[in-house]
Design a protein around this ligand. Structure first.
Ligand code: GLY
Ligand code: MN
Ligand code: MN
Length: 465
């Protein structure tokens, strides 16, 4: 945990940003895999972590804005539990470390909320993202499962998003720790990979590295020779000469702060010439798009710049044709770049995604394009502010099924040289991803930096095997 003053200060700021009522935080519970006592690894809710810092299942917290009371609800271990689990630090003691002196048994929360309802006190909750949370809220508030949504509070969400979006020095330090461990993890994969090895062997090696460094994956690693499949979690392929490996992996620290990096490298010692051409297009898109970031710049421009560089590069290679600006205006880039160029990052790898993209990534003046293929997958499309932490991750994804459909429709034929595209239909995918802090004058890359040019990668690969 951070010092208790940090959590106290965070809660003081939150209190000033919501006018009245009860702010309810539902911590996460253990989630069974196949029977109650055999659970998935526990991960605390990130807003609970942000305001209370306690990574322990089965807790809830209330900030009563009307009485200025803060309470943590959670049960101390019974002797039966101690027999099986041993003595643990009490919840009371953990609560004190978070600056909260008032702990009550969990069942009392229900009475607390009932009294609040009877007094017509406003109850603010955050959008539930699991069935367990929804059920718990329904029971605690005394309403139907569907009615729970009527208690979701926009003012509560907006106050949290406003606060969590601007990373404080202690958070940046944690994120940077995560990025540095993630860097090393990527180097390990790049050194280990060779023809004959399985994707899952690389994943197990990097996961061990994460755990050895008191971290864990911040999301399931994507380690694949089929990099065009955006969220590819299949890991049974064997690397062979001529493949490229896309490694999208990152760790979170013990306090929950994430890193999120992607590198793509040849399974052989060197890229072949087509791979090199495509790789350098993505690299240019990466360099030119992230380097314009500064407070006030709409992140949509980062996406647009990346997309334009991809179109220009693919036009030079002969896969696209015509004027690149015009091609971009017609969304030609989405044949190769179907997703967004990045997102916010912090206590969640896609920071605060559970609170709603319309609040985190967009504003009233900058609404999301929810319809256009490609643009609808952009998670962030608002002006950047000092203190934001974001990823930048352009890529080229050659998806045969998508090409077949577009080609059959002769879609955007004035901009696409289908004959040339056809020749590269089994090319695969490339992504390059780093993490950045938006500073007063521009941006700072987080972490010590990870190799990314063709020469740097080939030099490391030549030492490997
Ligand atoms: N690792 C998921 C992403 O890059 O967004
Ligand atoms: Mn990633
Ligand atoms: Mn990412």
């Amino acid at each position: 945990m951070f010092s208790k003053e940090i959590y106290e200060k965070r809660r003081e700021i939150l209190k000033k940003n919501v006018s009245s009522g009860l702010l309810i935080f539902i911590g996460n519970t253990e989630m069974p895999m196949n029977f109650a006592d055999n659970t998935f690894p526990f991960r605390q809710d990130s807003s609970f972590l942000y305001y209370f810092g306690i990574s322990e299942p089965g807790l809830a917290a209330v900030i009563d804005l009307d009485t200025d009371e803060t309470i943590i609800f959670g049960d101390e271990l019974s002797i039966d539990a101690i027999v099986w689990m041993g003595r643990q630090e009490t919840i009371q003691s953990k609560a004190e470390k978070s600056g909260v002196h008032n702990r009550k048994d969990f069942w009392k929360l229900s009475d607390y909320l009932k009294t609040a309802k009877d007094k017509s006190q406003k109850i603010h909750i955050l959008p539930p993202y699991s069935a367990a949370q929804r059920l718990k809220l329904s029971e605690l508030i005394g309403c139907s499962i569907l009615e729970v949504d009527t208690y979701v509070s926009e003012s509560f969400i907006k106050a949290i998003v406003k606060q969590r979006s601007i990373k404080q020095p202690e958070e940046i330090e944690e994120i940077e720790k995560a990025v540095n461990v993630s860097n090393e993890m990527h180097l390990l994969a790049m050194r280990m990979a060779k023809p004959g090895i399985k994707e899952y062997q690389l994943v197990s090696a990097i996961e061990k590295f994460a755990v050895d460094n008191e971290c864990r994956f911040s999301y399931p690693a994507i380690m694949t020779i089929r990099g065009e499949i955006l969220h590819n979690h299949f890991r049974m392929n064997t690397l062979k000469e001529g493949d490229m490996v896309l490694n999208d992996s990152g760790v979170e620290t013990a306090l929950g702060y994430a890193g999120d990096l992607t590198r793509t490298f040849p399974a052989s010692k060197k890229f072949n010439s087509t791979q090199k051409d495509f790789y350098n297009i993505v690299l240019k898109a990466f360099e030119d798009s992230h380097s314009i970031m500064k407070p006030g710049l709409n992140y949509k421009e980062v996406h647009r710049t990346a997309a334009l560089r991809l179109v220009e590069g693919l036009t030079d290679l002969g896969l696209l044709k015509g004027n690149p600006e015009e091609a971009l205006a017609n969304n030609v880039h989405t044949l190769f770049f179907q997703c967004g160029v990045g997102h916010m990052m912090g206590l969640d790898v896609h920071d605060m995604e559970n609170l709603g993209e319309q609040y985190v990534g967009y504003t009233q003046d900058n609404p999301k394009d929810t319809k256009t293929f490609g643009w609808k997958s952009l998670r962030l499309g608002r002006p950047l502010e000092e203190g934001f932490v974001v990823t930048v991750e352009p890529g080229i994804y050659v998806i045969p099924e998508l090409i077949d459909i577009w080609k059959a429709e002769n879609k955007l034929k004035d901009f696409i040289n289908y004959e040339e595209v056809e020749k590269h239909k089994n090319f695969g995918g490339i992504r390059i991803e780093d993490n950045f802090l938006i500073t007063k004058d521009g941006f700072r890359r987080l972490g010590k930096g990870l190799i990314k040019t063709v020469d740097e990668i080939e030099e490391l690969r030549s030492l490997g095997f």
